[in-house]
Design a protein around this ligand. Structure first.
Ligand code: DGJ
Length: 767
């Protein structure tokens, strides 16, 4: 791992253990090209890859047709308007409206210190932006300074690598050294131009994650062609609809094999992300904040910081990609003290009661929950103002004494007596039109003059770009947290931004709003964790609309989706796990029939699916069937026994129900490969198909393993056919080598009935 500069050939080598990115300073004028990114190569003079140092590879020898160079070169920081007609990474506009720019090399700096990233609110408050940090690992960092001579703008491109990771993280800062304001119309965090040879000279495919409310992060795969294919959010959050992520891969790339070039943005607001092929079949992949609803009037002396992007290259398919993201985020992004800790098994009252609860009901749930091994009660929406449905009171963060006589303190004291921890829900960024806060401060809602703001879920968004609004919001949350023993906060956001307008911004500053809004969220959560360092924070946005790397900088877990149906969750969680570690994934067992889908599902299947995330319950434990309640202690025990493998291990995809329709299977394997957990979920029975061969992954071929069925009816009732019960060991081996388990596989039974699950605890046999 390291970063090296070959001065003679003007080449930068950014190296991780298994990859190299090589950048070249081309021509006397100094255009920055990306010469190579892929598997590790030598520090050779790679200039030949871009056609050498002669015309037409360098524009100064071809003054007659410089455009031919700009439109063809593999540019690292392409700017608009000077001959590169592809998607630019930056577009600037001078006060007279000219929008062409061209950046050339000035200098570089290599260091071993990864500096924190900061940006500024409109009132000048400095906010730490989410970004990777070195942690316990060594880092190597490169900053390349480029300049736009005519406009007097400098761009600082930062690259960092860590000793224990194959990811490269990138960011861009732009500084105005001129004496006039220059508009930034577009500034992406990463641009990567790749030759088709990176994909075996075939058209690559683009992987993105898309969905909707209750249907987040489904895998999309499509070939890219000439022209761009992109995903985006203009909603002021990373969104249910798309992820700030894309991956380019070869046609035959699968979970275990094949080339992947992936990118993910550490940002929780608007973004754009995509790829396309040009006339010369160069593939351009890009990611950054969305140019929609964005302009930044960069005043003299000001700087603008774009969020950090993560680039991953691997030849080990999607599992290989996920391992790099998961390890990077666990070691270099998530700061919470809970990251490596067993999280308390929680029970959330949302699906149990919705708004209809009081202290007695919550305590009844809590006492029952305690008996069955659950450790924390989370009180969801509806405890404040006069909120009996979702039409009022957001902003009025004082307890509803009718529901909770004696207030939050009494409830938390009672919970303490029972021996339960206490968590609470907030939606701090919002304001209901029917609230005391709105009646007092209607101008605190984001809105555009002369326009009735669009209501979504009958609420408006607070203008947290203004410091007085942010300070008020902060105090509301902090006051409650100071008033009682509260271990956990669920921070929700249930609508998107619209009608962008702020009284704190004037004229051309208005284009800053969506960026500053996201920064405002970061400032609030950063401040909260500073005052309450032991708080377990779970982010949420109408389910999983803000499941992104930016939020992971603040909260070690995020509510994955409002869809708690275990079948639906298979695809939602599989998509989420492509990028984010399982330790971050809020997953609960809920009641059947499921409230969103109406699907009826056995309790053990609901448990098995939730056990691959931060485990908990979302049901009225006092009202579920006795046999379900009786099954809870075993599920909780499994969580305590194997939770560390899920949290810390390597994740492997075995089968996706979205591909094969019949079943889904995945594994978590401890880093030392001594323990693993296989979860197999049957979605459809299929008579006469015999058994299913599953090849395990990630084990040590030299070790021998015992396989133990956990969390199922080992008596065999799930395996019965024609009234005969088969014992599990008819299908499972005794002690087998990792080599056989991975190359030959194991036979899983076709379970009786529609939905079924099997969890296998796999343990190295020591002797
Ligand atoms: C959306 C969340 O995803 C739910 O879990 C719940 O907290 C509701 N909001 C409450 O309004």
């Amino acid at each position: 791992m390291g970063i090296f500069y070959d001065e003679e050939n003007r080449l930068f080598f950014i190296e991780t253990a298994n990859t190299t990115m090589c950048l070249a300073v081309v021509d006397e004028e100094g255009f920055l090209n990306n010469v190579y990114y892929g598997s590790r190569v030598g520090r050779d003079d790679l200039f030949y890859l871009i056609g050498g140092k002669e015309n037409p590879s360098v524009p100064s020898r071809n003054d007659r047709d410089r455009g031919c160079y700009f439109d063809k070169a593999r540019l690292e920081f392409p700017s608009g308007g000077t001959g590169d007609y592809r998607t630019p990474a930056i577009t600037l506009r001078d006060p007279d409206g000219h929008d062409s720019s061209l950046f050339t090399y000035v200098s570089y700096r290599i260091s071993e210190t990864k500096e924190d990233m900061y940006a500024f609110m409109a009132d000048g408050r400095k906010v730490r932006m989410p970004a990777t940090f070195a942690g316990d690992s060594k880092a190597a960092c490169l900053e390349i300074e480029l300049e736009e001579k005519v406009l007097g703008i400098r761009a600082f491109l930062s690259y960092s690598v860590f000793e224990d990771s194959d990811a490269i993280v990138k960011s861009v800062k732009v500084v105005n050294n001129s004496d006039t304001t220059v508009m930034i119309d577009r500034l992406l965090s990463s641009n990567l131009d790749l030759d088709l040879s990176a994909f075996g000279n075939h058209q690559p495919e683009l992987i993105t994650l898309s969905g909707s409310w209750a249907r987040e992060r489904r895998l999309d795969r499509r070939p890219i062609s000439r022209g761009n294919s992109e995903v985006y959010s203009t909603r002021g959050e990373s969104s249910h609809q798309f992820q700030p992520f894309s991956a380019l891969c070869e046609k035959n790339t699968d979970d275990s094999h094949g080339t992947v070039y992936a990118q993910n943005l550490i940002w929780s607001g608007n973004f754009v992300c995509g790829a396309g092929m040009d006339q010369f079949e160069t593939v351009r992949s890009y990611i950054g904040i969305s140019p929609e609803h964005f302009t930044w009037d960069l005043k003299p002396g000001e700087s603008f910081q774009a969020p950090e992007a993560v680039l991953v290259f691997t030849e080990e398919g999607f599992d290989g990609m996920s391992h790099i993201f998961h390890d990077l985020y666990r070691s270099h992004l998530i700061r919470s003290p809970y990251l490596h800790m067993e999280r308390p098994v929680l029970i959330n009252n949302w699906e149990a009661t919705y708004f209809n609860f009081n202290t007695e009901k919550l305590l009844a749930i809590a006492s029952d929950a305690k008996k069955y091994g659950i450790e924390m009660l989370v009180m969801d929406d509806g405890w404040f103002g006069k909120r009996d449905d979702d039409n009022s009171s957001l902003g009025d963060w004082h307890v509803n004494e009718k529901k909770l006589p004696g207030g939050i303190k009494r409830l938390s004291d009672e919970l303490e007596k029972i021996g339960m921890k206490f968590g609470i829900w907030f939606e701090p960024e919002m304001i209901s039109p029917d609230s005391d806060l709105y009646r007092a401060h209607p101008d605190w809602a984001i809105s555009s003059p002369g326009r009735v703001p669009t209501r979504i879920r009958n609420q408006y968004v607070l203008d947290i770009t203004r410091s007085e609004v942010r300070d008020y919001v902060y105090e509301c949350v902090a006051k409650i947290l100071r008033s009682a023993d509260i271990s956990y906060v669920k921070w929700d956001m249930n609508r998107q931004l619209a009608d962008l307008g702020s009284l704190g911004l004037k004229g051309s500053e208005m284009g800053r709003l969506s960026y500053l809004y996201t920064l405002g969220v970061y400032e609030l959560q950063g401040r909260l964790l500073e005052e309450f360092p032991d708080l377990l924070l779970e982010n949420c946005s109408g389910g999983g609309a803000r499941y992104d790397a930016g939020m992971l900088f603040f909260s070690p877990q995020i509510w994955c989706s409002d869809d708690t149906d275990a079948y639906e969750r298979l695809s939602i969680q599989a998509g989420t796990e492509m990028i984010y570690p399982l330790s971050t994934m809020g997953a609960h067992v809920s009641a059947s029939p499921n409230h969103i889908s109406g699907r009826v599902m056995p309790f053990d299947v609901r448990g098995a699916v939730a056990l691959s995330g931060t485990f908990g319950y979302e049901l009225d434990i006092t009202a579920i069937p006795d046999e379900e309640r009786a099954a809870i202690p075993e599920q909780v025990a499994i969580y305590h026994r194997v939770g560390d493998i899920v949290r810390e291990g390597d994740y492997y995809r075995i089968a996706r129900v979205s591909d094969i329709g019949l079943y889904d299977a995945w594994m978590s394997v401890a880093k030392d490969k001594k323990r693993a957990l296989l979860t197999y979920v049957q979605c459809k029975g299929s008579p006469q198909t015999g058994k299913r061969l599953i090849k395990l992954k990630g084990l040590d071929p030299e070790k021998r393993y015992d396989l133990k069925l956990i969390g199922a009816d080992t008596e065999g009732s799930r395996f019965c056919s024609h009234g005969k019960k088969h014992a599990w060991n008819v299908f499972a081996p005794g002690c087998v080598s990792g080599r056989s388990l991975m190359n030959a596989g194991i036979l899983m039974p076709v379970l009786w009935g529609e939905y079924g699950q099997m969890m296998l605890e796999i343990t190295e046999r020591e002797n």
